[in-house]
Design a protein around this ligand. Structure first.
Ligand code: F3S
Ligand code: F3S
Length: 94
């Protein structure tokens, strides 16, 4: 399991979440921040800190935002560039 940052973060990037993560697994990309699922220890500290409620445990992510699981995971595959490409592949968003 991991926590996932979803659509509400897009172009908001409040960044409060970064400050509370004990393992520094939240990364900034051009349009949003993402959580590396391989590094997140599921502590949950970030979830209540986000003012736009963009952060969810993967198993509680609203269905319409399920594609953001892959958007977050793209970081580990190719950094900010891969996250941007994953976002662009989401129809009708951004
Ligand atoms: Fe985004 Fe919320 Fe963090 S807007 S940067 S997930 S505090
Ligand atoms: Fe960090 Fe949030 Fe995971 S604070 S460890 S990204 S649950």
């Amino acid at each position: 399991m991991t926590y996932v940052i979803a659509e509400p973060c897009l172009d908001v990037k409040d960044k409060t979440c970064i400050d509370v993560c004990p393992v520094d697994c939240i990364y900034e990309t051009e349009r949003m921040l993402v959580i590396d699922p391989g590094e997140c220890i599921d502590c949950g500290a970030c979830e209540p800190e986000c003012p736009v409620e963009a952060i969810y445990p993967e198993d509680a992510l609203p269905e319409r935002w399920l594609p953001f699981v892959q958007v977050n995971a793209a970081w580990a595959q190719g950094g900010a560039e891969a996250v941007g490409a994953a976002l662009e592949s989401l129809d009708g968003r951004g």
